[in-house]
Design a protein around this ligand. Structure first.
Ligand SMILES: [Mg+2]
Length: 363
């Protein structure tokens, strides 16, 4: 179970081993309860869990949604009764006073005692009653044991009694994975998927392309500087590299590779590595918003590896299209370059997003 979902549970079809823990309906909050429908279906008594259902754990003020819910329920004619096994009866008295509802405090849920006491107090049958609570192992199980239908609401806050947090919620997660197999999401509650241009992935694509543009500009600008402006010992850096290549590898005008052809790739290494680093940092910060995670060697190496493979793909795809195209030399160059760029982008964006920045892009 990864997310709480609103909907209906097909209790009849689920294994009897999990049925006692299954609510009839799950809702994201008490304000989502369709009181009119409950009334129309014959319900007259609402049993309400307090902590994290009506108000956050330990809170002393009643949220407006809960107040509105209670007011509406009262208007329709429901009997309302809080049932709580709190160890702080003073607080329970105060907050139920604020909410103007009765309460029953007794043995721990899922004991049937409080449920049965409430039925007796209001002279209602289980069929006329509905329990609303945030915990499967107490509220919902207890209701089922007493033969009362139950609505499971998403807990109001993450703060909870430590036993609840450590034990009940983990068991709940396990139960949830089974229960949700018998689940029908509520039509109205299914959020409409935003259009492609408003989706996170599209926005990431735009940012990734912007970062790519910036990195390319850095690469070209720096390479241009190293080739044509940077000097070393009174001569252009490019010429020094040519001399070095000639001396080290014995290159000359007669060898397969001329000394003049060496400067371009050699002086390209630094700018490319720097451009990839900038691209990594910018994408981490802007595109995938992963700055809360530590920079790891693994991730940086991964990013470089993916980027370098991307270059190979780009060059290969571009070369193939350039060779296969049948227009003028310039037109073929343009087609090859565009296809190469698109191929590199598709590779880089998808692999960096789904692999290198897996965590950040999943949100
Ligand atoms: Mg609760």
């Amino acid at each position: 179970m990864r997310h709480f979902k609103s909907g209906t549970f097909a209790r009849d079809t689920m294994p009897t081993s999990v049925r006692p823990f299954s609510p009839h309906i799950s809702l994201t909050g008490i304000d989502q309860v369709d009181l009119q429908a409950l009334w129309d279906s014959g319900k007259r008594l609402l049993l309400l869990d307090v902590d994290n259902t009506l108000l956050p754990w330990k809170a002393k003020e009643v949220p407006p949604e809960s107040k509105a819910f209670l007011t509406r329920a009262r208007e329709l004619g429901f009997d309302l009764c809080a049932i709580s096994n709190t160890r702080h009866p003073e607080r329970l008295t105060v907050i139920c006073g604020l909410m103007e509802i009765d309460f029953i405090r007794d043995k721990f849920k899922p004991s049937r005692r409080m449920y049965n006491a409430a039925l007796e107090k209001y002279g209602r049958t289980p069929e006329q009653t509905m329990m609303i609570g945030d915990q499967l192992l107490t509220d919902i199980w207890g209701a089922n044991r007493a033969g009362i239908d139950a609505i499971w609401v998403r807990r109001l806050g993450k703060e909870e009694f430590i036993g609840t947090r450590l034990v009940s919620r983990n068991v709940e997660k396990l139960l949830g994975t089974v229960l949700y197999r018998y689940f029908q999401a509520e039509e109205a509650d299914v959020e409409r998927r935003p259009g492609f241009f408003r989706r996170a992935v599209f926005q990431q694509m735009v940012k990734f392309a912007m970062v790519g543009g910036l990195a390319t500009a850095v690469d070209l600008g720096l390479h241009n500087y190293l080739m044509f402006r940077a000097t070393s010992g009174g001569m252009l850096l490019r010429e020094r590299v040519e001399l070095w290549a000639a001396a080290t590898f014995g290159l000359s005008q007669d060898t397969f590779i001329h000394p003049a052809e060496v400067a371009y790739p050699v002086l390209k290494i630094g700018p490319v590595l720097l451009a990839i680093l900038i691209s990594y940092l910018m994408n981490r910060w802007l595109t995938f918003q992963a700055t809360h995670e530590k920079i790891t060697v693994r991730q940086v190496v991964q990013f470089y590896a993916v980027a370098l493979v991307g270059m190979l793909i780009s060059i290969t795809a571009g070369s193939v299209v350039n060779a296969a195209a049948t227009g003028s030399v310039q037109a073929n160059w343009l087609k090859g370059s565009l296809v190469g760029m698109v191929a590199g982008f598709i590779w880089n964006f998808n692999v960096q997003r789904r692999w290198t920045f897996k965590k950040g892009s999943e949100q």
